[in-house]
Design a protein around this ligand. Structure first.
Ligand SMILES: [Ca+2]
Length: 399
């Protein structure tokens, strides 16, 4: 902490010598918030800055991807990457980009729609199974869906491709698809969805009969995962794990606790980090730390309500958090179990230090790159790898 303070310009260390009330590090955020909303607890936003002491670098591996959206590490050190336009490719750690893999079903492309998140089966080395999310066309509408397929032995195509889940209802629109998939600790799948952005669909985030604005927990065959909180409940979909979400583009499993963490976009202000507990309501659009893009309040303009979960952390103004990952610390030990968040509008990689389920420090990495970071994962070499909307793949690791 002392090092962090020294690096911050203008911190008056002389006035805070050895007392327990030592001056706190300033936040990385210097802009004014959009509202005067107050956090529910100390440290829920604008936590003190931390600064990485280890020598690290962010290196561009390639700049030739086309709107990459999801990245997953293959066991041999390469990556499998989705591109929003509907292509999936294998990319080597030296930046060699493979041909599009054949057999990817047609996506509903436009706006935020297309080929979305991707993850590998935990037994991929043996079964070559891949799971991915995409906006699937249904007539003139579309829906966030999950498909699975087996990567062929020549790696040129996907075999036995099946759409295993559709987060219905479908809707005519091109925003807020959610779209991350991850393997849960229990071997089932998590899928994140969005509420499709429009005022007419927004209330469905609170509707347990809708797949919109949810975290979904399904088996690898797309059935509700055993033990799901709403199984057997009237007017509720048994595949729902949590609800009241706006647009969840980041999900990750904490390496020690096994908990599911997510990030979601707020409107103007109110981007969130949440620790997900099965069956809980995460509040959107009833409570939020954001305001409408127009400047109006959202709903009744409330931020806290009994029975609705508070975010672990929030940002105002927004950073636009997309893909996230926890880091295991193999190359940069001081980053162990930190949460790394791809920031789109903030154009950086956000590092959050988390202790006992609370955020205790924030750092912005690669903020000089002017890239919209879309997804991030850990490579087999223990470095972090991130893709950007502009088509870059970065390696972020030991210098
Ligand atoms: Ca919330």
């Amino acid at each position: 902490m002392k090092n962090a303070l020294i690096l911050l310009v203008g911190v008056t260390l002389a006035t805070a010598p050895s007392c327990s009330n030592a001056q706190k590090a300033a936040s990385v955020e210097k802009q004014q918030p959009n509202s005067d909303y107050k956090p529910a607890f100390e440290g829920q936003t604008r936590i003190g800055a931390v600064v990485t002491k280890s020598a690290y670098e962010g290196k561009v591996i390639t700049s030739s991807l086309q709107r990459p959206w999801g990245i997953a590490s293959l066991p041999d050190g390469r990556f499998i990457i989705t591109e929003l336009g509907g292509t999936m490719r294998i990319v080597s750690s030296s930046g060699n980009i493979g041909e599009p893999i054949k057999g990817v079903p047609k996506v509903s492309e436009g706006g935020q729609g297309g080929l979305l998140g991707i993850c590998l089966d935990e037994d991929f080395s043996n079964n070559k199974m891949i799971y991915w999310a995409f906006s699937e066309p249904i007539g003139k509408e579309n829906v966030t869906s999950v498909a699975k397929g087996r990567l062929s032995s020549d790696e040129k195509s996907l075999e036995n491709v099946t759409v295993i889940y559709q987060a219905k209802p479908s809707y005519k629109g091109f925003a807020h698809f959610g779209g991350r998939v991850k393997i849960a600790k229990d071997g089932n799948l998590f899928l994140s969805t969005g509420e499709r952005s429009d005022l007419v669909t927004r209330p469905q985030a609170q509707d347990l009969g809708s797949g919109l604005g949810k975290v979904i927990h399904i088996t690898k065959d797309g059935k509700p995962a055993p033990g799901n909180p709403f199984i057997g409940k009237a007017n509720a979909r048994p595949e729902i794990y949590s609800y009241g979400h706006r647009n969840v583009q980041g999900i990750a499993i904490h390496p020690e606790t096994g908990d599911l963490w997510e990030t979601e976009f707020g409107p103007r202000g109110g981007d969130e980090v949440n620790r997900i507990v099965a069956g809980k309501n995460y509040g959107w659009p009833v409570i939020t730390y954001g305001i409408e893009y127009s400047g109006e309040k959202v709903g009744d303009g409330i931020q806290q309500k009994q029975g609705l979960e508070q975010p672990v952390y929030y940002w105002d103004p927004v950073i636009s958090p997309s893909g996230i990952t926890f880091y295991d610390g193999r190359q940069i030990a001081e980053w162990k179990n930190n949460l790394f968040i791809s920031s789109l509008s903030g154009m950086h990689i956000c590092r959050l230090v988390i202790e006992n389920n609370k955020v205790t420090g924030e750092e912005r990495l690669l903020s000089g790159e002017s890239q919209r970071f879309r997804d991030i994962t850990e490579g087999t070499d223990g470095a972090l790898y991130a893709v950007t909307d502009q088509g870059r793949l970065y390696r972020i690791g030991k210098k």
